[in-house]
Unconditional design. Structure first.
Length: 375
C-alpha cells in the first residue's frame, strides 16, 4: 500500500513509534511517506519506498500563532494527489487527526477517498487533549477517524472515560525490533562509564514534569548509599537543570552523568543494569520496553499502561507513584545479588520479545486493510 504517516519528528515515544513503524512497513514492501515539519530523528535513511515531505509554515507577521494545521492539511492533499497515497496514518491526535480529517474532506471534493487511522499515544489524551480548550476538537477528530488505535488497554480506557467517543478503539501495543538488539555488542563500552564493582542505573526521557525526574535522583541516591553505582541520565527537557542542581545538593554529582539526547540508546542500555521510570503518567512506557529488550530490568511506578509492559516481580518491580523508598528497596533487591540480577535480566528480555515488531506489524496491516476496504 501507499501510506502517509504523520508524526512529530522529535525525540519522544510517538515519533519513535511512527518512524520505526514506517521503516518496518517499507521493509515489507509498502511505500511510506512521512509528513512532518522536520526529518524524524530515527529516520536516517530514505530509500525508494521511504519518502519524507517537509511541512513548511511561512512566517507572516499578522499571525501571532502560525497555522501549522493548515499547512499540514494542504501538504497532505498535495502528497496524496502527487503520489497516489491510499491511506493516512496519523500519530498523536493533536493536531494531526484534525488536519488529517480536513485533508480527507478536501480530497473527497475531488472524488478521492482516503481512510484515516489515528493512533492515540498518551499525552494527546491524558494531558493536553482533555484540556477544555482542545477537548471538542479532539473528540471530533477521534470520532471522524476511520480507525482509532491506542497503544495500551489503559489508554483505551482513559480515552473512553475522558471523551465522548463513539468509535471502537483497537489496542495495538508499541513494539521493539528484536533483530536490532545485539546481545554481543562489541561496542559496549561499560568501562568508560563505571568501575567494575559499580552498577549502572539508567533513565531515559524527555525530562518533563510528568517523568518525575526528582524521584529518579532520590531513588538513585538511596541505591548508591548501599551499592556502588552510577546513574546515566539520557535526554533533554525542562526538568534537566533542576535535576543537575538536585544532584549537587545531595552530594552525588560525580556519580551522575547527563548524556543529553541520544540516537543510540542501545549503546547506553547495553551496559545498564537497571532502568528507572517513576512517571506520574505513562500510557505505555516505550523507554522501559527498549530497556527490557536490552536485558535491563525496570523499577517503575504503576502509572497508566506501565503494568502492561513491566511485570511486577518478573521483569522488575512496580510501586505507587512517588513511593521512592519502595522503588529504592526494589532496585537494591535486584542489584545486590548477581544471580537475582541475571534472572531479572533474562525475564525482562523474554517478556520484551513478545512485543517484537514481527508480532505487532500485522495488527496494523489488518486495520489498514479493514479501513481501506470500507472507505
Ligand atoms: O512520554 C512523553 O512525554 C512523550 C510521549 C509522546 O507522545 O511522544 O510519549 C507517549 O507516547 C509513547 C509512545 O506511544 C508512550 O510510550 C508514552 O508512555 C507516552 N507518554 C505518556 O503517556 C506520558
Amino acid at each position: 500500500m501507499k501510506i502517509a504517516i504523520v508524526c512529530y519528528p522529535t525525540f519522544g515515544g510517538s515519533g519513535v513509534v511512527a518512524t520505526e513503524l514506517g521503516i518496518a512497513l517499507a521493509e515489507r514492501g509498502h511505500e511510506v511517506h512521512f509528513i512532518t515539519y522536520k526529518q524524524p530523528v530515527r529516520l536516517e535513511l530514505l530509500s525508494n519506498n521511504i519518502h519524507f515531505h517537509e511541512v513548511n509554515v511561512p512566517d507572516y507577521p499578522l499571525f501571532k500563532y502560525q497555522p501549522y494545521e493548515l499547512a499540514l492539511s494542504s501538504k497532505l492533499v498535495d502528497t496524496v494527489k502527487m503520489f497516489g497515497v491510499e491511506l493516512l496514518h496519523v500519530h498523536y491526535a493533536i493536531p494531526h487527526a484534525y488536519a488529517g480529517y480536513m485533508a480527507k474532506k478536501m480530497l473527497q471534493e475531488e472524488d478521492i477517498y482516503i481512510p484515516m487511522i489515528t493512533t492515540l499515544h498518551g499525552t494527546d489524551i491524558t494531558l493536553v487533549g482533555k484540556h477544555p480548550f482542545y477537548k471538542p476538537a479532539v473528540t471530533f477528530s477521534i470520532n471522524k477517524s476511520d480507525v482509532v488505535t491506542s497503544v495500551s488497554e489503559n489508554l483505551k480506557n482513559s480515552t473512553l472515560e475522558i471523551f465522548d467517543v463513539e468509535k471502537e478503539i483497537a489496542v495495538i501495543p508499541n513494539f521493539i525490533d528484536k533483530k536490532k538488539y545485539s546481545p554481543d555488542y562489541t561496542d559496549c563500552q561499560r568501562s568508560l562509564m563505571a568501575n567494575e564493582d559499580e552498577k549502572i542505573v539508567t533513565h531515559i526521557s524527555n525530562f518533563r514534569k510528568v517523568k518525575r525526574i526528582p524521584d529518579v535522583i532520590q531513588v538513585f541516591k538511596k541505591i548508591q548509599d548501599k551499592i556502588p553505582a552510577k546513574l546515566m541520565m539520557v535526554g533533554e527537557g525542562p526538568e534537566k537543570e533542576g535535576a543537575e542542581r538536585l544532584c549537587e545538593k545531595l552530594g552525588i554529582k560525580d556519580r551522575v552523568v547527563f548524556l543529553g539526547n541520544s540516537n543510540e540508546i542501545d549503546r547506553i542500555l547495553c551496559f545498564s543494569d537497571l532502568f528507572l521510570l517513576p512517571s506520574e503518567s505513562e500510557s505505555f512506557g516505550l523507554a522501559a520496553l527498549e530497556a527490557m529488550i536490552n536485558k535491563v530490568p525496570v523499577v517503575s511506578s504503576n502509572a497508566g499502561g506501565i503494568p502492561e509492559v513491566n511485570k511486577h516481580g518478573i521483569t522488575g518491580y512496580l510501586s505507587d507513584i512517588g513511593n521512592v523508598s519502595e522503588m529504592a528497596e526494589n532496585a537494591i533487591e535486584i542489584l545486590k545479588d548477581d544471580d537475582a540480577l541475571e534472572r531479572f535480566k533474562t525475564e525482562a528480555y523474554n517478556w520484551a520479545i513478545q512485543f517484537d515488531i514481527l508480532n505487532i506489524l500485522p495488527m496494523y496491516e489488518e486495520v489498514y486493510e479493514k479501513a481501506y476496504k470500507s472507505r
